[in-house]
Design a protein around this ligand. Structure first.
Ligand SMILES: [Zn+2]
Length: 380
């Protein structure tokens, strides 16, 4: 028989001792930092799943995957135009500068960053690039490896090999449909519905793909003549809500969107023709796309070789600092364990202890906003 016990769950011990971390840091030269979105949060760059972003109503796969691109490249470009604009308006924070400063002090430092916002580069960290294919010029002594590419590189979507670096034009290639106003206008229409769905304490988690599925189902039930569009409508959205409670509100929304009997389509498709998007100057046949790694895509072989060199072929690693990234998500988890295997002690910087899943008892854990914490712990 199991003994009944009332002892509370033990609180995991956290080693947040800055002096011992600094002492270890001072004696370390071979240092790696595994960096995620948390580093740029203090700069105002939204994390990918930021609930406050109007793009949060979209499936990640619709706006950031090869399948999404195939379905609607205009929508993908509008999303990335917004991200480019956001990153351009942001400024590197104290943590970015602290890492650049560390890189200057420690020759054996390398940052493995999942961020695509260009803020570490703007703070002054040089990109490691053996053949000049990632950053435009060869740089064997660079201390930044960009695992997921960057927002300001453009590549041919058809694979002709055309690459453009440091394109900070807004809108990209002067495309009118990617201008801020065009995107805002479209998002405002989507947002009318989104705002309504957030009513109530527990809004239904509804993805745009689900809307589309519902629309297709309605089309099958109603027949082609009665259902004019395959796109979801305000009427479709209505069926997802408690109609009794929100009848008046729904009618109001219908008016606002300009719906005629719920027939107005919601702007889940961009409606943008390919001819209006950035064209590849190399082959003149395909579109240009952002030079980032999408969901469902793998990190380039070149980057994998460069990280292997840092993590596996080095004599040893003294310290691994994991900043603003959930350790459950590849590649952070794998990199951290590989660094441990090379002798590294590990320090975590995160807002949530839950995100430091693979931490061990003698790791350091510094909880808080990376923008502030990193600068404090790296200060010489
Ligand atoms: Zn091309």
């Amino acid at each position: 028989m199991a003994e009944s016990t009332s002892s509370p769950t033990p609180v995991p011990k956290v080693n947040d001792d800055i002096p011992s971390f600094k002492a270890h840091l001072a004696n370390s030269n071979r240092i790696i930092a595994i960096i995620g979105a948390g580093l740029s949060a203090a700069s105002g760059v939204a994390t990918f799943r930021d609930k406050t972003s109007p793009w949060a109503t979209y499936d990640s796969f619709m706006i950031s995957s090869p399948a999404g691109w195939k379905r609607d490249p205009g929508l993908v470009w509008q999303f990335y135009s917004s991200r480019r604009r956001e990153a351009l308006l942001a400024k590197p924070n104290a943590a970015h500068y602290a890492l650049v400063d560390l890189a200057k002090r420690k020759e054996g430092f390398t940052a493995l960053s999942q961020n695509v916002d260009g803020l570490l580069e703007r703070a002054g960290l040089e990109i490691r690039d053996h053949d000049g294919k990632s950053a435009g010029e060869e740089n064997n002594s660079g201390q930044l490896i960009r695992l997921h590419g960057d927002l300001f590189s453009l590549v041919c979507a058809g694979g002709c090999g055309y690459v453009e670096h440091d394109n900070v034009d807004d809108p990209v290639y002067g495309c009118r449909v990617l201008a801020e106003e065009a995107i805002k206008e479209r998002m405002a229409r989507v947002h009318i519905l989104g705002a309504d769905m957030d009513l109530g304490k527990k809004p239904p988690k509804v993805s745009a793909l689900l809307f589309e599925g519902i629309a297709l189902k309605n089309k099958r039930i109603l027949g082609e003549e009665k259902f004019r569009e395959a796109n979801p409508t305000v009427g479709d959205a209505k069926s997802l809500r408690d109609v009794q409670d929100r009848k008046g509100k729904n009618e109001e929304i219908g008016k606002e969107v300009g719906a005629k009997g719920g027939g107005e389509t919601l702007a889940l498709h961009s409606g943008i023709d390919k001819s209006e998007l950035p064209q590849c100057p190399g082959c003149k046949k395909d579109l240009l796309r952002p030079g980032v790694v999408w969901f469902g895509e793998s990190i380039s072989e070149k980057i994998i070789l460069e990280t292997d060199e840092i993590l596996d072929k080095s004599d040893g690693i003294d310290l691994c600092v994991v900043i603003g990234t959930s350790s459950q998500v590849w590649p952070a988890a794998g990199f951290c364990e590989r660094a441990r295997a090379k002798g590294a002690r590990v320090a975590w910087v995160n807002t949530r202890i839950e995100d430091c899943k693979s931490r061990r008892e003698d790791d350091w854990v510094f909880l808080g906003d990376a923008g502030e914490v990193v600068a404090r712990i790296l200060e010489p």
